[in-house]
Design a protein around this ligand. Structure first.
Ligand code: C5P
Length: 182
């Protein structure tokens, strides 16, 4: 929805998408990836080539299995142990890049929403973070509606409950204002 809102606002948009069953919005160039490492590589490639704004909406897996199987794993032992290794933080790598775009992150939280989001804004060195409380049933995940608080260094704005389409439009407007003022 954000990619669509950005394209409608006149941006040239590259959408790096994980495996989702969603249509690609008009005038959006889409690159499909499956693994977090591939998303990391694709994002850094785009940022290295140059982009003005990077919006990190993907819920990237924090860990990946150290070993993957080429074929179905047959049942044998009673226990199977998986070793998981940490995935790179894509948005943090983008914000630390020499060719750094205006970098926007997201934070879905179930408690202490603002303080956790503030921590992520600082730790990941973001220009802006959009955060929402996903503990309720009618907002955020599995819902067409959302309500977010947008935080940047030195300010914030509440975008009250609205359709995800309306929230996306307001977010793109806010991003373009903040990016323009930097
Ligand atoms: O730390 P957490 O996963 O809660 O932070 C969420 C933000 O970080 C989102 O913007 C998400 O797209 C981004 N992220 C990322 N790479 C990861 C994990 C999260 O870019 N490996």
């Amino acid at each position: 929805t954000l990619a669509e809102a950005a394209a409608e606002a006149g941006a040239r948009v590259t959408l790096i998408a994980g495996p989702v069953n969603l249509p690609t919005p008009a005038r959006v160039q889409r690159r499909d990836v499956t693994r977090a490492l591939d998303m990391y590589a694709a994002c850094l490639e785009v940022v290295t080539a140059g982009c003005d704004i990077f919006i990190a909406t993907a819920a990237v897996a924090d860990y990946r299995p150290m070993v993957t199987a080429d074929h179905k794993i047959k049942k044998s032992t009673e226990e199977v142990h998986l070793t998981l290794i940490k995935n790179p933080d894509i948005v943090a790598a983008v914000s630390a890049h020499d060719n750094r775009p205006f970098t926007v992150g997201f934070a879905a939280e179930t408690r202490d929403v603002i303080s956790y989001a503030q921590g992520k804004l600082e730790n990941k060195k973001l220009d802006m973070i959009a955060t929402n409380d996903v503990s309720g049933e009618n907002v955020g995940f599995n819902s067409d509606n959302n309500a977010v608080t947008v935080i940047w260094p030195g300010g914030h704005k509440v975008l009250p409950l609205a359709s995800k389409r309306q929230i996306a439009k307001q977010l793109i407007e806010l991003i373009s204002i903040r990016q323009g003022s930097k």
